[in-house]
Write a protein that binds this ligand. Structure first.
Ligand SMILES: Cc1cc2nc3c(=O)[nH]c(=O)nc-3n(C[C@H](O)[C@H](O)[C@H](O)COP(=O)(O)OP(=O)(O)OC[C@H]3O[C@@H](n4cnc5c(N)ncnc54)[C@H](O)[C@@H]3O)c2cc1C
Ligand code: FES
Length: 264
C-alpha cells in the first residue's frame, strides 16, 4: 500500500529513553492502517515551522500500529540533523508524513520463527513478532553495542516472544553479536529450522544472509537506505539485485526483501 500524498500527523508524546534514543507517539490514522514492515517518511521540519531546511524527509519503521486509536509508535536514535530536530518536538507539534510506504513482511511458512534485531532495526521486528507469536513459536535475538542500546525488553515477554539479548561489550545478555548467538543455537541442531527475519546494521544483515544461506533457512530482511521521494522516482534508495543486472528500490520494492533478491 503506498500513499503518494503528504498528510499531517500530530505528536501525542515524545520521551527521551537515554543513550540518544527516543520514543515517539504520532496521532496518524493513515499510518496506523499500514501493514507490518511498512514505514513512513517524516518531514523533519514541523508543519508550522517557516524553515525549509532540512529539506529531505527521513524514513522510520513502526514499533507498533494501533488502527483503533489511530496512533503509531516510533523508536528512534539521534544520529544527525534530522533526528536531532525530531528530538525537540513536543506534544501537539504537527509534522508532515508520507505513508504507509513499501512492502511489509511475508508469512513465515514455518512454525518456528527467529527474529534478528540489531539496534534501531528492532521496531519492525517487535511489531512482526507480536503478530506472529499468537500462533508461532517466536525467539528474538536482540543485539546492541551495550546494555544502553537495548529498549522495550518487557514488551517481548508481554507478546509471548522468547528474548535473547546480546551485547558487543558483554554488559547485558550474551557477550557477542546476535547472529553469533543464533549460530550457536543452530549448532545444537534438531527439528525443522526456523523462518528468519532480520533488521539492523548492514554488517549484521550480511552475516545473517551468509548464515541462513549456509543453513538453508528462509530469510527476509528489512533494509535501510537514504531516501528522498519514497515512491520509486528519485532512485536514491537503489540496491543492487543479486541476479542479473539492475537495481531494486528499497522504498517501493522493499524495504523487506528475501535474502537472495538483493545484496545488503
Ligand atoms: C525503511 C527504514 C526504516 C527505518 N526505521 C528506523 C527506526 O525505526 N528508527 C531509527 O532510529 N532509524 C530508522 N531508520 C534510519 C533513519 O531513517 C536514519 O537514522 C535517519 O534518516 C537519520 O537522519 P538524520 O538526519 O538524523 O541523520 P543524517 O544527518 O541524515 O545522517 C547522520 C548519519 O546517519 C547515516 N544515515 C542517514 N540515514 C541513514 C539510513 N537510512 N540508514 C543508515 N544510516 C543512515 C548517515 O550516513 C550519517 O552517517 C530507518 C531507515 C529506513 C530506510
Ligand atoms: S526514495 Fe526515491 S526511489 Fe526510493
Amino acid at each position: 500500500m503506498s500513499q503518494r500524498r503528504y498528510q499531517p500527523a500530530r505528536v501525542s508524546a515524545l520521551r527521551a529513553l537515554g543513550g540518544g534514543y527516543h520514543h515517539l507517539i504520532l496521532e496518524a490514522p493513515h499510518l496506523a492502517a499500514g501493514e507490518v514492515g511498512s514505514f513512513a517518511l517524516l518531514s523533519v521540519r514541523a508543519v508550522d515551522a517557516a524553515a525549509v531546511d532540512p529539506l529531505l524527509p527521513r524514513p522510520f519503521s513502526f514499533l507498533s500500529r494501533d488502527p483503533g486509536r489511530g496512533e503509531v509508535e516510533i523508536f528512534f536514535k539521534e544520529v544527525g540533523r534530522g533526528t536531532r530536530e525530531m528530538a525537540r518536538w513536543t506534544p501537539g507539534t504537527r509534522v508532515q508524513t508520507l505513508g504507509p510506504l513499501g512492502h511489509g513482511f511475508r508469512p513465515p511458512g514455518r512454525r518456528r520463527v527467529v527474529l534478528l534485531a540489531g539496534g534501531v532495526g528492532m521496531p519492525p521486528l517487535l511489531d512482526l513478532g507480536t503478530e506472529l507469536a499468537r500462533d508461532h513459536a517466536v525467539t528474538c535475538y536482540y543485539g546492541g553495542r551495550s546494555e544502553a542500546d537495548l529498549h522495550f525488553l518487557e514488551r517481548f515477554a508481554a507478546a509471548g516472544i522468547e528474548l535473547v539479548t546480546c551485547t558487543d561489550d558483554g554488559s547485558a545478555g550474551v557477550s557477542g553479536t546476535n547472529v553469533d548467538a543464533f549460530r550457536a543455537w543452530l549448532g545444537q541442531g534438531g527439528g525443522e529450522g526456523p523462518a528468519v527475519y532480520a533488521c539492523g546494521p548492514t554488517p549484521m544483515m550480511r552475516a545473517a544472509a551468509e548464515l541462513c544461506e549456509g543453513a538453508g533457512l528462509p530469510l527476509q530482511f528489512s533494509l535501510e537506505a537514504n531516501m528522498a521521494c519514497g515512491i520509486g522516482i528519485c532512485r536514491g534508495c537503489a540496491v543492487a539485485r543479486s541476479e542479473g543486472e539492475g537495481y531494486a528500490m528499497v522504498c517501493q520494492d522493499g524495504p523487506v526483501f528475501f535474502a537472495g533478491e538483493v545484496r545488503p
